[in-house]
Design a protein around this ligand. Structure first.
Ligand code: THU
Length: 162
């Protein structure tokens, strides 16, 4: 028997003020985009903004439904839009923020498991890592070098053919 370790590092900033101008702009846009969420059931509005390799900006926000499982997370709305509007163009960086109508928005949230799987697929389909910036409406900011780091021991297309 062997034990294997998995670890990854990410950057932690005290606030948006410590980011580069480009990253700060992206996060502030993600904060704005939370306002486009349709979240009458959870009252938890998530906004995501991507900068693509060709310089284009694509937004996503969570879109809920009275039939709860039908709802979509902001990240997957964004990825579907990016793939439809700019097929095959790599996504460079995604900033994700949220507005919790029932509580605070002072710490970063990270993508749910389903979105991690979608982010991983997007990285592999265009063969390009996706940087992730996470932050609330205020407070600390995390930067993760590539989305796939959030999903160790992942299931991928290789498993279907191996
Ligand atoms: N949500 C997202 O949009 N992204 C995440 O990564 C986590 C959760 C949404 C789904 C649902 O509309 C609401 O937040 C509460 O779970």
């Amino acid at each position: 028997m062997q034990k294997q370790d998995f670890s990854f590092s990410f950057e932690v900033y005290d606030s948006i003020d410590e980011l580069t101008e480009q990253d700060a702009w992206l996060l502030s846009e993600a904060r704005e985009v939370t306002q486009h969420a349709y979240a009458p059931y959870s009252h938890f509005q998530v906004g995501a903004i991507a900068r693509l390799d060709n310089g284009e900006i694509v937004a996503g926000s969570n879109q809920e439904n009275a039939s709860f499982p039908v709802g979509l997370c902001a990240e997957r709305v964004l990825l579907a839009s990016a793939a439809s509007l700019f097929p095959k163009v790599p996504v460079d960086t995604i900033a994700i923020s949220y507005h919790n109508e029932l509580g605070e928005s002072k710490h970063p949230i990270s993508p749910c498991g389903m979105c991690r799987q979608s982010l991983l697929e997007y990285e592999s389909r265009v063969d390009h890592p996706i940087r992730i910036i996470l932050g609330g409406l205020e407070g600390k900011v995390y930067i993760i070098e590539r989305a796939s780091m959030l999903l160790p021991l992942s299931f991928t297309s290789h498993d279907l053919t191996a």
